[in-house]
Ligand binder design. Structure first.
Ligand code: CUA
Length: 423
């Protein structure tokens, strides 16, 4: 800060023109605020990549930039040279006849054609190589690759693990389905089938791979591999209606062992918190009434933003001390009576709707509302209270309207308690 103050003071005292001061001030602020933008390591950076496919795509980008940069400098230099050398130096120059016109210089023209072809070849070789290698899982890894199907909905992502069976009840299993958070093992190739149930979406995890469109009646796919454990931001990259900009998802990459534990937990039916006799006399959990949110107010805490992977891990383990079994039982009952189960599945709790995200383990996800809000009690209630404000045009808001669903603050709190208990 002292550095900043002295910079401002010396600028004020300097004899520079205002625009000169402006330029220096901007450069100073850029340097001081520094590293963040300079490293270009935002959540959705395509420059600071962490996976093989994204790295190959970045390589093509750099090759293209360098070739274009060299052409820009050379052409600019020749142009500047011609402008200076052949400018009109006197009145006589300006009124002189133009020099005699010729067809051109064959040697120069042939060299220019040769240079153009050469630069195109320099770009084409790595481009074709990358198109080939990023298209599908390498042959040698096909046996060990994990297959996942991502399905686009307006405006969220469903993830299916077709080779992993999840329990519905004592006699039945189905392929594992989750929503908005794709959990994968580190170092292994992941093949993602891309589907959509409505309009065209596009699957993009900038730090890992992308983007490939999800097109109705067309079986697209992509593959990716994460270098190390991490928490990655994904985004629909094709305009798909009102809430396209907030159609997000996450990819969580874990070491094999942690991934296997997660898989084991996800394939179980939903957790049941049973209220026992006497529970109604226990001290009740305290929930505040819903506060007012500003329009477009961010739904993420600073703590979560700093270390999302740790925040995600913390959500995997239920914390019975903060749970209220009576409230949870009330929420479970409301989930049926308010017809939430017509759209959402909760395996083991008798809910089997398919038009909304599967909620069997919603309490263990780090985000809700298609990756827009952090998954905590406050944000969950914000979402349940008025989904249409959070995500304009979404089907849950329409469901509320069409079925005349209204929720009191108490009902919202009970539903929140129930959903958050589903680890
Ligand atoms: Cu889905 Cu944009």
């Amino acid at each position: 800060m002292r550095l900043f103050n002295s910079l401002v003071t010396s600028l004020k005292r300097s004899s520079l023109a205002p625009w000169g001061r402006g330029v220096i001030a901007l450069a100073g602020v850029a340097l001081l605020s520094g590293c963040e933008w300079w490293r270009m390591d935002g959540h959705q950076s395509t420059i600071a990549v962490e996976g093989q496919v994204a790295r190959e795509q970045l390589h093509v980008f750099y090759v293209t930039c360098w070739v274009s940069g060299v052409i820009f400098v050379l052409v600019g230099a020749v142009l500047a040279y011609a402008m200076v050398k052949f400018r009109a130096r006197s009145d006589a120059d300006e009124h002189a006849e133009p020099p005699s016109q010729s067809h051109g210089n064959p040697l120069v023209e042939l060299s220019l054609i040769g240079a153009s072809v050469l630069s195109l070849v320099i770009i084409a070789v790595p481009t074709l190589k990358a198109i080939w290698s990023t298209y599908d899982v390498p042959e040698a890894e096909k046996g060990t690759a994990l297959e996942v199907t991502a399905v686009g909905y307006q405006w969220w992502f469903k993830f299916e693990y077709p080779t992993e069976l999840a329990t519905i009840n004592a006699d039945a299993k189905m392929p594992l389905v989750t929503g908005n958070e794709l959990v994968i093992p580190v170092g292994r190739a992941i093949r993602i089938n891309l589907r959509t149930v409505d309009v065209i979406h596009s699957f993009w995890v900038p730090k890992l791979a992308g983007k490939v469109d999800m097109i109705p009646n067309r079986a697209n796919h992509l593959w990716l591999r994460a270098d190390k454990p991490g928490y990655f931001w994904g985004q629909c990259a094709e305009y798909c209606g009102d809430s396209h900009a907030v159609m997000r998802f996450r990819v969580i990459a874990l070491e094999e062992k942690e991934f296997a534990e997660w898989l084991e937990q996800q394939t179980q039916t939903a957790r049941s918190v049973v209220a026992r006799v006497g529970d109604e006399n226990r001290p009740r959990a305290q929930f505040a009434a819903l506060r007012t949110f500003r329009q477009n107010e961010t739904g993420v805490t600073a703590q979560f933003d700093i270390n999302p992977l740790e925040s995600w891990r913390a959500l995997q383990v239920p914390d019975a001390r903060t749970e209220d079994p009576v409230l949870i039982a009330k929420g479970r009952e409301l989930f049926g009576s308010k017809t939430c189960l017509a759209c959402h599945s909760i395996r083991g709790h008798g809910a089997a709707g398919i038009s909304g995200p599967d909620l069997t383990h919603i309490g263990s996800r780090s985000t809700i509302a298609g990756g827009l809000l952090e998954n905590n009690r406050e944000q969950m209630q914000r979402w349940l209270h008025n989904p249409g404000v959070v995500k304009p045009g979404n089907k849950m808001a329409k469901g509320y309207r069409d079925n005349n669903i209204t929720l009191t603050n108490e009902e919202e709190v009970a539903l929140v308690a129930y959903l958050e208990s589903l680890k």
